[in-house]
Design a protein. Structure first.
Length: 299
């Protein structure tokens, strides 16, 4: 295992120290918005954004994302959580609270293709990705020269069929408690169920296909053989079902019979970069709620 340890200063948007984000899902019923809004009002908070969605007003699920500002938020967070639990119990809320000032720390996994990795690094350096990239982990040494100039630690952990379990143990050891989410930027290894359990709904993969079509390997060859007229890419959370996790974002582009497999790959790389960058940005900004095997994305 090879490591580069020179860590660059944190970059990104200047976060509002008093801004918080609340994600809520629950059975739809009257009074939810009123109760949450009244609670925040009585706490002295100012709601600056609120988005909501109901699957069905009669017996469906209700989802809401609220951003609010609260003076001395950091010192009051724990008490706020404790007091809000009374509202949560009343309406059977599944909820989370995060502080905008606390950027999520990401680990990027990559193999030999650089386009998705570079897109994330460029967004991060420009301040358009409001997160901290804690490290890059790869089963090959190829990306070292790309990552080092950004000042991000690079961990080379080789993976073979015989060493996969040990490699994942090393990966988890390196990640430790320092990472909030893992981004698979064309990491060409299947993640084991044991590993996934550590980061449920916190591993984002980019699949070079418009899922659910052409799952598994060589999707562009599969698409070319079918003579498709559009190709796409899909960013999704990783589950034990291969390429079957909740979808966060997708995009497509038209192609024709004149495009061969290499053309499809070239066009696809552009789509993959955009789709993954969007999905990661939405995740770190707490815009995604997972319900069963679907997502609600407040973008």
């Amino acid at each position: 295992m090879d490591v580069v340890n020179n860590v660059a200063p944190a970059r990104g948007h200047i976060s509002n120290a008093n801004r918080a984000r609340m994600l809520i899902s629950c059975p739809d019923q009257p009074g939810i918005v009123a109760a949450v809004s009244q609670f925040l009002f009585e706490y002295g908070a100012n709601i600056v954004q609120s988005d909501q969605y109901t699957m069905d007003p009669e017996g469906g699920m209700f989802f809401i994302r609220i951003e609010f500002d609260l003076p001395d938020l950091d010192a009051r967070t724990e008490q706020l959580k404790k007091d809000f639990s009374q509202v949560a119990d009343r309406f059977h809320l599944d909820w989370s609270l995060s502080l905008a000032s606390r950027k999520k720390k990401l680990a990027i996994f990559v193999s030999k293709e650089d386009h998705c990795l570079l897109e994330l690094l460029w967004h991060w350096r420009a301040g358009d990705l409001n997160a901290d990239i804690a490290m890059v982990i790869s089963n090959h040494p190829d990306m070292r020269s790309l990552v080092e100039p950004f000042g991000i630690p690079y961990h080379h952990i080789p993976v073979t069929a015989d060493t996969k379990a040990e490699a994942e143990r090393q990966q988890l050891e390196v990640i430790g408690e320092h990472v909030d989410a893992i981004i698979l930027a064309r990491y060409m290894q299947i993640i084991s169920p044991t590993f996934i359990k550590h980061y449920s709904n916190r591993i984002i993969n980019i699949h070079h296909s418009f899922l659910p079509a052409f799952v598994g390997g060589k999707p562009y060859a599969q698409a070319h053989n079918r003579g498709v007229k559009i190709i796409g890419a899909t960013a999704h959370y990783v589950t034990e079902e291969l390429d079957g996790g909740p979808i966060i974002e997708q995009d497509v582009q038209r192609v024709s019979h004149r495009d061969n497999v290499e053309d499809l790959k070239r066009i696809g790389r552009h789509i993959e970069r955009i789709v993954l960058a969007r999905a990661v940005a939405w995740h770190v900004e707490d815009r995604v709620i997972v319900h069963n095997n679907k997502t609600v994305v407040f973008n």
